[in-house]
Design a protein around this ligand. Sequence first.
Ligand code: ZN
Length: 415
Amino acid sequence: MAKVAALWLRNVLRVLYQRRNVTRAQILEATGLNPASVSLALKALLDSGVILKVGALQSNGGRRREVLNLNAEAAYFVAVDLEGTRIRFALTNLFGDIQYRSGVDLEFGQAIEISTILAGIQSVVQQLDDAQRSRVLAVGISHPGFVDRRGRITAVNLDWRDFPLLEALRESLEVPVFLESAHRTCILVERWLGAAQGSDNCMYIIVGNGIGVGVFTDGHLLKGRAGAAGELGHIMIDPAAPDICRCGKRGCIEAVASCPNIVRQYQARTGGESARVSGNRVTEVFERARQGEPAAIEVLDRVGKYLGLAFSYLANLFSPEVMVVGGDLVHGQDLMLPRIRAELEKCALTRSLAGLELKVSSLGLDIGVKGAAALAFRQSLAQPALLKKMCTPFAVAVPRAQKRPRHRKIVPGRG
Ligand SMILES: [Zn+2]
């Protein structure tokens, strides 16, 4: 293992994570590494049991090409999604596939206690036996708002200001914890496994309790100074708008188009009770619009117009190939996407629109935990100690077919 550069291992593991079931030739092509490096990396990973030979393809020339895949049980991650109206906890395998899950419902603006997060993590980890538990590599957390360099989170949705989440979890957990804003974990996993797969210029726009954007530009995840890039919600979309934002300003896109504000505007028009509203009631507004209720349609027209305008800014600024929309707004995708698209096409440059795809997230409600798991995998590759732990040999039940010598010679005439 020592002679195998970490860079080769990282690249090979990343390709297997994203594509699963690949041949050596496909790994060569996807990583751009030279054949000797790939061979050394594959040997080390096969020897340690992190990857497995799962079959073979017969090429045109009659040559057998072995198909390789990650060993899903080689490592586990805990994934936590703090965005939205339900905190989700998941135990995932190496691929990020969910093995166990639990959750706690949350009111908008309700503070979460650290004990709730620890209990949720515990509830999924205790599903493993001792041997499996020793292979839990890290905890990934996808959260609303933003995190500073010291791991302190500010998120109005959770009633947190400079909340020392990282420090609090480190005190109680034996494995590393990684934090990232939800809009960034979501674009990470959409680009690896979802609607933006393979795209180097793509973005994920989350429209839920808040509004944010995660951006990959030229293959790089945009973070900005202090990790604060992507606060799309507080772009002032209309300085003359009366809508007051949580940030204290007027006319932010979030003050108009976040799900709680969609509900607020609907209630204001219908004279409904406007006390604390929950973003998940936005589905009721969508349903009323489908039934043709004028007040609901009026609100959605306004929201679609402002979102489309905000999307046109993003299209002109970053020139993406794919814009993926996620969050509770997708419950009304049949209503909102045509409205957003119409305004986007009206406002963006023709050049920015050429070839641009506007899609809805393909990963559903699990995107937050899948993004958190992808974050934990990505960080585990980046950190030498965790990469080493991932590649540490462990006892695996290897099928008989895989125990044959790797270089068995086939001699003509001897069967
Ligand atoms: Zn604002």
